[in-house]
Design a protein around this ligand. Structure first.
Ligand code: ATP
Ligand code: MG
Length: 736
């Protein structure tokens, strides 16, 4: 039996169709990604295509990693020569080689969103743009949309004649781009745009890649934007061996410029395209699949698809409406705990999905309390933390001193007594002489306006120059350790002697670990190589393989993944579909995008799907009362079991009181989930039945104590405030 026998007829047809454009349009869980991996195997093993000539593009690093793994399993020798890559890392590799052909240096820096914001601040300052009227973030968004459609500053300017507001954006775009270039830096959107520019202006480079990538494959094609489409189009122009797979029902990145038309128009763009539809779903139970189909049916303007499965019918979808978001989280966490306890699955079989990152917080609290391991995908990214950014800025400065932002970030870290006036004067000098900020620093002695403050700048320059001269002899980890020692970064944190400083030290240790891991895994590790890898870490990468924990993530991050048990939470109008979509200029269209997101979420589930919502929820500190999401109502009641939580008046009152207490706790600083380091009390000096005193609620009798993984949950019947539940370490109850 060959590996191709495990495919169905349509899948096999797609795998065996290797020459010419191929569009595989199919619903969720129908084996699209599986077809791609088998196709790679088939090309190599049966068609004797050189693995070197195959390129597979996926959307996230996580997906690329999974595909890499699957290809390694299927193909023996040569699998590692296949390029499996995201759009961004593909472009980085191409640009590192050839970007000097279009006016950049090949050791360019990649700016993340924080870097972009600082740069835009600088642009606005320079152009006297009032950031109260034109917010940096909206300017950047406008520029990003332009780049996603390959509109350069000049074209942008031509299009806005007469429109004053847009003219300002055009000015900002022009200056922003100029500064990027003079810093020898690219933002994320540039990675694609500059690669397209490179291909369009250097036919010999394009031709090299035509020969290099004879066979192209793109997963999640429905989420490509105009620039990405152009890139693929250029790459496939010579041999037309392009296979794209996607699902128009799962297009969820319109806000990033994804163009659903790309998939609908594929046949127009590539003549004699072969279209294959896959209709059998292998992932989900019949109930889950039917429910998802019924929901997505409410969208208009889609290519009609029927998706069926031979899988078992499965249990009905469970719908629960809770009083508060805390109860919702309690239920989800309790359910996961009991599944694992009963041996029905592992933590890693469970995923909690929500519409926005902020919703994770309550789940985190409950999981911490229950002592359940979890992984938060998204949220504060490791690399966005201050200490990590500082040290990376040192590395960037050493690697590429044209990066003004990096240099400015660390010039006073640690404090070197260089004042804002001095920095301003250096910047002016750099602007005037059209040089980088760092080059101006080197000339500090010659800047008359600086006079004596020049002496403060010198040690910094000397330090950087020394490290740079050592670069050929030091490994990246040795370099990093030297920076840490010489700057006294960790020493200062140790002296601070706070819990926060301790946390930062641990992060720095983790960064050192990261460098060491990089050095062990990279073929020829370099400083640029390390910085590049770091710049490309998307949020999803914090999901490690093979560990046993519950995954919390947004619906957007869940694309392409599958889990036995999925909890789709916060199913409320105003949350999902989002408030923004309901109040947009074109709500109908926006709600369709939300519905696709709902379809993505539901179809992640293999065995069990839970849909939950809450009557009351805190949003930015305010209580919101949201009705049940319309998407719930689109699921036929036959497929769904509703566990309505009807509460009598008394119970409701008690719940509201508990909710108020929880709200207080929620608002208190101590509840910041990231610093949620509750020390489990060494036993409590009160027990059930004891009378206790609370600082706010007064006297009460302890009704129950539940032991959690890290703390105790104490229920108290207060004389005046009624029944309340609280964490022992926060409540600070005193026995009376
Ligand atoms: N012919 C098959 N026989 C058995 N299992 C299959 C077959 N085809 C796909 N599967 C399994 O079904 C599941 C879904 O496959 P895959 O992830 O490739 O679907 P997909 O179409 O890419 O889904 P999505 O739209 O969510 O990205 C996987 O677990 C895969 O191994
Ligand atoms: Mg897939």
């Amino acid at each position: 039996m060959s590996i191709y026998d495990t495919l169905n007829e349509q899948q096999r047809e797609a795998v065996f169709h290797t020459e010419g454009p191929l569009l595989i349009l199919a619903g969720a869980g129908s084996g699209k990604t599986r077809v791609l991996t088998h196709r790679i195997a088939y090309l190599i093993e049966e068609q004797h295509v050189n693995p070197w000539n195959i390129l597979a593009i996926t959307f996230t690093n996580k997906a690329a990693g999974e595909m890499r793994e699957r290809v390694d399993q299927l193909v023996g020798f040569g699998a590692d020569s296949v390029w499996v890559s995201t759009f961004h890392s593909l472009c980085v590799r191409i640009l590192r080689r050839y970007i000097d052909r279009i006016g950049y240096g090949t050791s360019f820096t990649i700016y993340d969103s924080d870097d972009q914001k600082s740069l835009m601040k600088e642009v606005c300052r320079k152009l006297n743009i009032d950031t109260k009227i034109y917010k940096e973030r909206s300017l950047l968004a406008a520029i990003s949309s332009a780049k996603n459609e390959l509109v350069n500053p000049m074209e942008f300017e031509l299009n806005v004649l007469g429109d004053f507001g847009k003219k300002k954006i055009a000015e900002a775009y022009k200056e922003y781009q100029r500064q990027l270039q003079s810093n020898n830096a690219l933002d994320f959107d540039d990675l694609i745009m500059k690669t397209v520019e490179l291909f369009q202006t250097c036919p010999d480079v394009l031709d090299y890649y035509h020969e290099r990538f004879r066979y192209l494959m793109v997963d999640e094609y429905q989420d490509t934007n105009g620039a990405q489409f152009q890139l693929i189009h250029l790459l496939a122009r010579k041999y037309h061996n392009l296979c794209v797979v996607g699902d128009d029902d799962q297009s969820i990145y319109k806000f990033r410029g994804a163009n659903i038309e790309n998939i609908l128009n594929f046949e127009k763009a590539f003549a004699d395209t072969k279209v294959i539809k896959l209709e059998q779903n292998y992932r989900s139970t019949q109930n889950i699949l039917n429910a998802a189909n019924e929901v997505i049916r409410n969208n208009t303007g889609r290519k009609a698809k029927t998706l069926w499965t031979e899988n078992e019918e499965g249990t009905p979808i469970l719908f629960h409406q809770f009083q508060t978001s805390f109860e919702e989280a309690e239920f989800v966490v309790g359910d996961i705990a009991s599944k694992v306890r009963e041996g029905e699955g592992e933590y890693s079989d469970c995923a909690v999905l929500y519409r926005t990152n902020a919703q994770s917080r309550v789940f985190e609290e409950k999981l911490v309390f229950a002592g359940i391991p979890y992984k938060l995908v998204g949220g504060v990214n490791f690399y966005a933390r201050k200490e990590i950014k500082d040290l990376l800025a040192y590395l960037k400065t050493i690697d590429n001193a044209l990066d003004d932002l990096a240099v400015r970030r660390i010039i006073n870290v640690p404090k070197r007594g260089i004042g804002a006036t001095t920095l301003g004067r250096i910047q002016d000098y750099a602007d005037e002489h059209e040089m980088s900020f760092y080059d101006a620093l080197k000339l500090a002695d010659e800047i008359p306006a600086l006079s004596r403050s020049a002496s403060k700048v010198k040690p910094f320059v000397l330090f950087i120059q020394t490290l740079r001269s050592k670069l050929p002899f030091l490994s990246v980890s040795e370099l990093l350790k030297e920076i840490i020692d010489e700057t006294g970064y960790v020493r200062d944190l140790v002296a601070e002697d706070t819990e926060e400083a301790q946390g930062r030290i641990e992060n720095i240790e983790e960064l050192v670990n990261k460098v060491v891991t990089y050095e062990e895994s990279a073929e020829s590790p370099t400083l640029s190589g390390f910085l590049e890898e770091v710049a490309l870490v998307a949020d999803i990468d914090s999901l490690e393989e093979g560990s046993n924990y519950v995954v919390l993530m947004t619906l957007h991050s869940a694309k392409g993944l599958e889990f036995p048990n999925v909890y789709l939470t916060g199913m409320e109008e105003g949350l999902f579909p989002s408030y923004m979509s309901l109040h947009s200029d074109d709500p109908e269209k926006e709600i369709e995008e939300e519905r696709r997101l709902c379809y993505v979420g539901m179809t992640r589930a293999m065995k069990k799907l839970y849909l939950t919502c809450a009557r009351q929820r805190l949003v930015r500190g305010e209580v919101q009362y949201n009705p049940v999401s319309r998407f719930i109502k689109e699921v036929p009641s036959l497929l769904m079991e509703s566990a309505g939580h009807k509460t009598d008046k008394l119970k409701e009152a008690q719940k509201n009181a508990a909710y108020a207490a929880a709200k207080t706790a929620f608002k208190s600083k101590a509840f910041e989930p990231r610093q949620f380091t509750v020390k489990k009390s060494e036993g409590l000096d009160y027990g059930v039945g004891d009378t206790v005193q609370h600082i706010k609620f007064g006297r009460g009798v302890v009704a129950a104590i539940v032991e959690g993984g890290k703390d105790y949950e104490v229920t108290v019947d207060f004389e005046s405030a009624g029944r309340k539940k609280m964490f022992a370490s926060f409540a600070k109850l005193k026995k009376v």
